[in-house]
Design a protein around this ligand. Structure first.
Ligand code: GUN
Ligand code: ZN
Length: 560
């Protein structure tokens, strides 16, 4: 399995997941295919939604069908995951198959991602029961790891007890599962207990390996997707599109509607565009049409989330989504307890400015982190907006340039450059870097270019932070002592970097642990000789875990 991060925001990420030579981009939805009742076939899904991963139930296949190969049986050549019958165990209390049998069956029918027979312990059962169940789940996980030929889910249980979720995450990490689903959250989703859900996700994420995908098991309602992705979930499975359609329920990212109480179809998917509500209700194919709308709504939300990760506006997007239900709003506030953890992974620089959407914007981990970093700057904090008190010099710099009802009329001057530089690279670095330099302004009359004979740095228009040329990188390298703002490349990567290639994560050997994702950094060789400068694409924790992907997207390489 390959799992490689391409873009990040919050704990969310766009990543390439590759299994048995088949690629899927996460975050993504796995529609649940019920072999007894295929309302929409995998083939139709592929055609309509470009579905490249589905999930079905190996226990149902085992009981009721004679399957030789699951891909042939379902007529689908994408990634097929299977559940194990654990959910039936939770619903009916008992099933007649062992962990060993269900794993061997999944091996036999050629599934891409298998699941062992974990025990989904419901929330709010007595602690002792949750603990006993969890020990059984972990034993079965260990057994399955040995029997499984191929990718395997390592489901995390522990009921609502956060110490058990932590213990489960740490223990299961030892067996190196391919994907870590968070289990037994369906009862929380049904009750809209999103606060408990948020705490469970954050606890698991904190103790699971960051380089493995996390699946929120049984979560298929688009209402919770944005928050769940922000908190680090990569995969969702939806039976909801079909279950809800059977009950005349219409899914939207802002809640569930009942067809019989609606007057309009408030959506622009092909179904809702072609049919009026009356026509839909009268159609013989009503359930199928409704299932299709539900899938359009569900896939549509995933695409919006991905676009927000791409533009680093996921926090802004989530703060709009949490207003769709008060329970989501309160769940969002749980992030406060996890600020330190989230800060270590959340990118510190974003392509989109920070939107002030209300009081809770101040709770973002980035805000706490920014206030810490302001200690680097000695200038008086003579300006303020609803989130920050800051020196005037930083008026156009991210994240102080927040979107509020105020317009800035500030013109950066040479003096303000020093403050921006100190904020970005450290106390008293600006004076040294800017000594004997000259500046050039942009057409909009803002300082944009810093020269000392050669161009040293550019103040980027969108966030008024510095990007370095190779001359600038050399100057900064002299000013900052090792290991500050450095990422060290291994000896074998040196020729590639000098050729202008990116530094890959597997060749990054050490780094300044105080760095944050998307900062401008120096790349050095093992003797601290400068190789170039670029954008750090991962957080220090991710650099440690990820074997694949780009660590530093190089802007420039020095000429030796
Ligand atoms: N589907 C929904 N929740 C769960 C769970 O906790 N375990 C398994 N195996 N499947 C699920
Ligand atoms: Zn629709």
């Amino acid at each position: 399995m390959i799992f490689e991060t391409k873009a990040k925001d919050g704990l969310g990420r766009i990543a390439k997941l590759s299994i048995n030579g088949k690629n899927v981009e996460t975050p993504c939805l796995m529609p649940v295919i019920n072999p007894n009742l295929p309302l929409v076939t995998p083939k139709e899904m592929k055609k309509l939604f470009k579905t490249d991963i589905i999930i079905t139930n190996s226990y149902i296949l085992y009981k009721s069908f004679n399957v030789e190969n699951v891909h042939k049986f379902l007529d689908f050549d994408g990634v097929i995951a299977t559940d194990s019958g654990s959910f039936q165990l939770m619903q009916y209390g008992d099933i007649d198959i062992t962990n060993k049998e269900i794993i061997e069956y999944q091996n036999k029918i050629g599934v891409d991602i298998a699941t062992f027979l974990d025990i989904p312990t419901k929330p709010y059962v007595p602690y002792e029961k949750a603990k006993r169940d969890l020990e059984t789940t972990i034993e079965r996980g260990e057994e399955a790891r040995m029997l499984r030929e191929g990718e395997l889910n390592g489901t995390i249980q522990g009921s609502n007890y956060l110490d058990l979720r932590k213990y489960a995450s740490l223990r299961m990490s030892l067996y190196d599962f391919d994907i870590y689903p968070i289990g037994a959250v369906v009862p929380l989703l049904m009750k809209y207990d999103f606060s408990q859900l948020a705490e469970i996700i954050l606890t698991c994420k904190k103790y699971l390996p960051i380089n493995k995908p996390v699946h929120l098991f049984g979560a298929g309602h688009p209402l919770t997707f944005a928050l769940a992705v922000l908190l680090g979930c990569d995969l969702f499975d939806s039976a909801a599109y079909a279950l809800y359609a059977n009950d005349d329920r219409y899914l939207t990212a802002y809640g569930t509607k009942n067809l019989n109480e609606m007057k309009y179809l408030p959506c622009s998917c092909p179904i809702c565009s072609q049919y009026t509500l009356e026509e839909l209700k009268a159609s013989e194919e009503k359930t199928k049409l409704l299932a299709l709308h539900n899938l359009y709504a569900t896939y549509g939300e995933i695409k919006k989330i991905k676009e927000s990760i791409h533009e680093n506006s996921l926090w802004n997007f989530v703060e709009s989504r949490i207003r769709n239900h008060p329970r989501l709003y309160y769940a969002y506030k749980k992030i406060k307890k996890y600020t330190d953890f989230i800060s270590t992974i959340d990118p510190f620089i974003k392509k989109t400015s920070l939107f002030y959407t209300g009081e809770e914007t101040k709770m973002r981990p980035l805000v706490t982190e920014t206030k810490k970093r302001l200690k680097r700057v000695s200038k008086k904090k003579d300006m303020s907006n609803p989130v920050f008190k800051y020196p005037k010099a930083l008026s156009f710099t991210f994240p102080f340039n927040i979107e509020t009802d105020m317009d800035s009329d500030f013109d950066s001057d040479v003096e303000s450059l020093e403050t921006i530089f100190d904020y970005q690279f450290g106390r008293k670095t600006g004076k040294k870097f800017l000594k004997e330099t000259t500046v050039k302004k942009s057409k909009t009359n803002r300082i944009r270019y810093i020269y000392r004979k050669d161009l040293l740095a550019t103040l980027r228009a969108r966030d008024n932070l510095f990007t370095l040329t190779s001359e600038g990188a050399k100057r900064l390298h002299k000013i900052l002592k090792y290991p500050h703002y450095r990422v060290m490349a291994s000896e074998e990567a040196v020729p590639f970097i000098l050729e202008g290639r990116d530094l890959l994560s597997k060749f990054a050997v050490s780094w300044d642990t105080g760095l944050r994702a998307y900062e401008e950094v120096l790349v050095i060789d093992p003797n601290d000789s400068l190789l170039g400068a670029g954008t750090l694409m991962l957080s220090p924790i991710e650099l440690e875990y990820f074997e694949r992907g780009v660590a530093v997207k190089m802007r420039t390489a020095v000429k030796l």
